[in-house]
Design a protein around this ligand. Structure first.
Ligand code: SF4
Length: 443
């Protein structure tokens, strides 16, 4: 056995440690310098690593735009707690008094008093809470085609709701009035409380909406009262009100209602897998196929969205993909071809791809709408790549833009006009003309 080097005793002296059962020898001066230097180097390494991690964390905060000390006042917090509008977050790490959200790839690192990049989460005393719970700022009853989902229970009505907040900063966001707002900017906990559940009032004012509470059981009861067989989590980014979605979706399934997740797909795998167990369909916004464009247009990244598509496929959740073609950002046809090839290779030819026309909005009001020819070219590329169901959306008067053709006999089997289904030649999930199975969930 090699002698244990001990830092005491006369220099170079040998000996035997009865307790350890090992021989030892005192350190020479040269060894002391060498080991001291090594120790210092280790200490420097550790503190260097800590400094590196701190720099990384700070860089991450800078990148994700965490709002330092941006949390609510104690007074506001107390009111929100009374309304049931806060809940401990579902996926996060405690790091002393700091917390790190693990819900989406922004992985926000929050010190006490901070507010997250998506504006919905706050660190209160070392615990991460969501402020987007039971407090939707908007809801509607929509046909499922409006999501758009074309291969999922055609014509089904879906109770659709959203809270404020989003983990993206899309320059072209059409719902920025809610997605780029804090919950406190869309809800008001100071007026008389109002809980929305059946029997429903004949109308609601904007002031009612701002004060209104809808617990998960209320959402389910309201959907049932409105004869909606499904609930859609949509309009802003439902990943950012995940806790509300999860609790509501679980309850909705217990009541035999379906759950539809309309998402940008920017979510970490573990929370996605937990949620997917309660989902029946998803609509995923694949905003492009170029990471640089993702960063410039959406303040996001491409790879997490691709990972989401693969996970949904693995978990057998029906999904459709939408690609908004934004002039100068995501309208490169070579890139669109690469996207279509990736979809065919990685999720197969059966998930519909919707090319959607951009209209000037938010910070891109200076850009023109997408030329219709570009959208038609994109659809042709998708078909040539092997995708069986490719559509063009947001264009009025374009023949067959939203028609489903049987991939075998090529006859039109589903026709749509805006959000209405005007023809449905599918029975038992098969083309009525040639009996070929049509991908999707057909009731
Ligand atoms: S969900 Fe919100 S708080 Fe969590 S990591 Fe994403 S942006 Fe940050």
């Amino acid at each position: 056995m090699d002698p244990v080097v001990k830092p005491t005793g006369p220099e170079g002296e040998d000996g035997f440690d009865a307790a350890l059962g090992t021989s030892w020898r005192s350190m020479t001066r040269r060894e002391a310098i060498r080991y001291g230097a090594t120790g210092l180097a280790c200490a420097a390494g550790v503190s260097g690593l800590a400094w590196y991690l701190f720099r990384q964390a700070r860089a991450e905060i800078a990148l994700t735009g965490v709002f330092r000390s941006g949390g609510p006042s104690d007074k506001v917090w107390a009111l929100w707690e009374q309304r049931g509008w806060v809940k401990e977050a579902a996926h996060y790490l405690k790091l002393g008094n700091n917390v790190q959200c693990k819900l989406c790839p922004n992985n926000c690192l929050l010190a006490p008093g901070d507010r997250s990049h998506c504006r919905n989460k706050v660190n209160r005393g070392g615990t991460l809470y969501t402020m987007a719970y039971a407090n939707p700022c908007t809801f509607h009853v929509d046909p499922v085609e409006k999501k758009p989902l074309f291969h999922f229970h055609p014509g089904m009505m879906t109770f659709s709701l959203a809270t404020s907040g989003c983990g993206f900063r899309c320059l072209n966001c059409q719902n920025w009035e809610i997605s780029q707002k804090q919950p406190e900017e869309t809800k008001d906990a100071t007026g008389p409380p109002l809980r929305l559940r059946p029997p429903l009032p004949e109308s609601l004012t904007l002031d009612d909406m701002r004060r209104m509470t809808m617990l998960p059981e209320d959402v389910v009861a309201v959907a049932e009262a409105l004869r909606c067989p499904s609930i859609a989590y949509t309009y802003s980014e439902p990943t950012d009100y995940y806790e509300y979605v999860t609790d509501t979706a679980r309850l909705a399934h217990a009541h035999s209602l379906k759950n539809i997740f309309v998402t940008c797909g920017f979510i970490n795998e573990a929370p996605l897998r937990d949620l997917a167990a309660h989902l029946d369909a998803a609509h995923v916004d694949l905003k492009g196929f170029d990471d640089d464009a993702y960063r410039r247009l959406n303040s996001g990244h491409l790879q997490p969205i691709l990972d989401t598509l693969v996970t949904l496929k693995e978990m057998d959740v029906w999904f459709e993909v939408i690609n908004l073609v934004v002039p100068t950002y995501t309208d490169n046809l070579d890139t669109i071809k690469r996207m279509c090839d990736w979809l065919v290779s990685n999720i197969g030819p059966d998930h519909p791809l919707h090319f959607s026309r951009f209209h000037p909005a938010h910070k891109l009001e200076h850009l023109p709408p997408t030329p219709v020819d570009t959208l038609v070219d994109a659809r042709d590329i998708a078909r040539r790549a092997g995708l069986r169901y490719a559509y063009v959306g947001n264009v009025r008067g374009l023949p067959d833009a939203e028609t489903t053709f049987c991939p075998n006999c090529h006859r039109a089997i589903v026709e749509r006009d805006i959000f209405a289904v005007t023809r449905l030649d599918i029975a038992d999930g098969k083309c009525k003309f040639c009996q070929t199975r049509i991908a999707g969930v057909w009731a």
